[in-house]
Write a protein that binds this ligand. Structure first.
Ligand code: TRP
Length: 333
């Protein structure tokens, strides 16, 4: 009765925010019972576009682990592990790079878009261009069959499966399983300014550690409908960040439908809808923030969680690497 293996992870580039919560963290809580779950602190992948700031990547390892524990990830049911301490991932990455072409990496839609957004031009770090092969190594080393990722990452799973098929062909047997991307129902949450993506660098995110004042200020500053000038005017729900967030966090769906209709009709001010959202976010974040503050006092415990999880993950990933090297026919000592 082996449970299906799930691998997900986060680049350690900063603490997580409520976008991570709706997009992945709350699903990860569910998977703890039904699946064998590994959570990868992807510090090496974080370096692919942060080589200039290893200190940030290092510090964020603890921050992200704290976020995991604070939302209720249970380290006895989910294995939290650190990429840089799993050498098999690097070894498999190097192997896989011989099974993909530069042209294919450049064509990967995720990579293409990320290169554009980061403005790399021709100066793309080689590690960045190649990270799809490294992510394929992450996924296959655990023999994960389910990979919950944002929609923007789906092409990475597709490329992983291409590599899997090539390795299996080289081995003459199905030694690695293909993986399915599981895209969360709630799509990516926009930033509070209405920009497509919530990110710490754009200062449009609400971190899971936000104080009550920070939450209030963020909701107050939130982008609504710029044409909704007077309360009695009819307001637009689509593209209105407050409603996008209410859709993601408000559990009283019937009341919400009513509120949307009222807003469209006119007579409902932004202050009212913001007050509702603020109350929901304060209630959501308060226990996470408190638990995070409490856990942060015991860094030795956090380190121990990462150490033990990484040890468990090491057994798994080493054995896959060994199997792959052997079955594709490399020299055995
Ligand atoms: N690329 C993922 C992100 O940016 C992080 C990640 C690294 C990952 N390795 C992974 C996700 C393996 C899923 C599986 O969020």
């Amino acid at each position: 009765m082996n449970k299906p293996v799930i691998l997900t992870g986060d680049r350690t580039t900063g603490p997580l925010h409520i976008g991570h919560y709706v997009g992945s963290l709350r699903n990860r809580l569910q998977y703890q019972d039904s699946h064998e779950q590994f959570l990868l602190l992807a510090d090496i992948q974080a370096l692919t576009d942060n080589a200039h700031d290893p200190a940030k990547v290092r510090r964020s390892v603890i921050e992200v682990a704290l976020d995991y524990l604070a939302v209720g990830i249970d380290p006895t049911r989910t294995t939290i592990c650190l990429q840089s301490y799993l050498p098999a991932l690097a070894e498999l990455s190097m192997l896989y790079l011989n099974f993909v072409t530069v042209a294919r990496l450049e064509r990967n839609p995720t990579i293409k878009e990320e290169i554009r957004v980061r403005g790399f031009g021709r100066d793309i770090p080689a590690g960045f261009l190649c990270y799809p092969a490294a992510q394929a190594a992450d996924i296959t080393a655990f023999k994960a069959t389910i990979v919950p990722v944002g929609e923007d990452q789906a092409p990475l799973i597709e490329q992983t499966n291409e590599i899997v098929r090539r390795i299996n062909a080289a081995a003459g047997a199905t030694i690695l399983p293909e993986a399915s991307a599981v895209i969360p129902e709630t799509g990516r949450l926009p930033g509070i300014d209405g920009k497509a993506k919530m990110s710490k660098s754009a200062a449009n995110a609400i971190p899971l550690s936000a104080s009550p004042d920070e939450i209030r200020a963020a909701v107050r500053a939130m982008f609504t409908d710029p044409n909704h000038l007077r309360i009695e005017d009819s307001g637009q729900v689509e593209g209105n960040v407050v409603f996008t967030y209410l859709d993601a966090f408000d559990e009283e769906k019937e009341a919400l439908t009513e509120i949307k209709a009222h807003y469209r009709r006119g007579g409902l001010g932004d202050g009212k809808i913001k007050a509702r959202l603020e109350e929901i976010l304060q209630a959501l974040i308060a226990p996470i923030r408190e638990s995070r503050e409490y856990l942060a006092k015991d860094q030795a415990y956090i380190r121990e969680v990462i150490r033990q999880g990484t040890e468990r993950a090491r057994d798994r990933t080493e054995s896959t690497k060994q199997e792959v090297f052997e079955r594709i026919g490399l020299f055995q000592m």
